[in-house]
Design a protein around this ligand. Structure first.
Ligand SMILES: [Zn+2]
Length: 319
């Protein structure tokens, strides 16, 4: 049972800002604050910023636990950040113990996409659903896996990297170095690239007429698709098909019936869902595709903070 009396501190570390809140046991925000992330000034400066933010949030209250969400590979049990693309100076850095020593509080850390999943399960689209996957369709595709109500981390803390599910071995290159990952099709980056490709835009040497196409984002491309623009529809058809193949793979392995989509591209779930469902109907074996729930995340930017709060609560209860 959640600790009924004490609020917790919850922090979401981004490459630009560090956001945090003091959160009541029922999920209400009692205080919010943000500070710039002094990434360029190195480890000590970031720790100072984190500790300062936590002290501001705590005020005169006495929270016992801090939950911190971090972009990158995290080993939650040891409180270590193995690596973080947005905070390159963190490399096998024991942020959890270091921050705990500064604050005199218990500190728990986890991957930010994992905490998005936990937040959505606690207060968002996944309320009351013990098994679910969350895929964040942003610049890349991240994800979190919740089984029996608990985050699944895997042996090395890297479980849930759903974006690197291969949907076509001969497909376009992915940031991870492989080819044909779903991230190369259905992330914001993948969608924008496909849109430019369909207009013959050369990204290095654009022509004057390419300007409009270069300004387009997944949201504006989706708006064009909804008005019937055939090239925009084709881009989302391709992304939806890739996503459908990936989702079918995840569900076939885990027999989970709920997938939540977050991140900017999830605003186009209306365009993607029919294509995803075609692939589920075609590919799922022994599972009823009509029973699969495809949901949009509900908490937006607060999902990570609420997930961090939930993590802190859960740990606090086990003391
Ligand atoms: Zn990849």
């Amino acid at each position: 049972m959640p600790n009924a009396k004490r609020p917790v501190l919850a922090v979401d570390v981004g490459g630009t800002n560090i956001r945090g809140a003091r959160v009541a046991p029922d999920g209400r925000f009692l205080a919010r604050h943000r500070v710039p992330n002094p990434v360029a000034r190195g480890e000590e400066a970031i720790l100072d910023a984190l500790a300062g933010l936590c002290r501001t949030l705590a005020g005169r209250s006495s929270p016992a636990v801090v939950g911190v969400g971090i972009p990158g590979a995290v080993l939650p049990v040891r409180g270590v950040v193995a690596s973080s693309p947005n905070v390159p100076c963190w490399h096998d850095t024991p942020i959890g113990p270091q921050l705990a020593a500064r604050l005199g509080l218990r500190v728990v850390i986890d991957n930010d996409a994992n905490l998005h999943a936990l937040g959505e399960q606690w207060r968002g689209a996944g309320r009351g659903i013990p098994n679910l996957l969350l895929a964040t369709l942003g610049t890349g595709i991240g994800g979190g896996i919740i089984l029996d109500g608990r985050l699944w981390h895997g042996d090395g803390g890297r479980a849930g990297e759903l974006g690197h599910t291969v949907v076509d071995p001969e497909g376009p290159p992915c940031n991870c170095g492989a080819t044909g990952c779903v991230e190369a099709y259905a992330s914001a980056t993948g969608i924008v690239r496909a849109w430019r490709r369909r207009h013959g835009v050369r990204e290095n040497r654009p022509r004057p007429g390419d300007r409009r196409v270069l300004r387009d984002t997944p949201a504006t491309i989706a708006a064009r698709a909804r008005k019937g623009d055939p090239r925009a529809l084709a881009v989302f058809a391709e992304a939806g098909r890739a996503l459908g193949i990936a989702v079918a793979t995840w569900l076939q392995i885990l027999d989970v019936r709920t997938v939540i989509f977050g991140g900017g591209v999830s605003g186009a779930l209306d365009l993607l869902e029919p294509l995803i469902r075609i692939e589920l109907e075609r590919r799922l074996w022994g599972l009823d595709a009509s029973k699969i729930r495809l949901l949009r995340a509900e908490l937006g930017d607060d999902a990570g903070i609420l997930g961090a709060a939930r993590l802190a609560q859960t740990v606090g209860d086990r003391r």
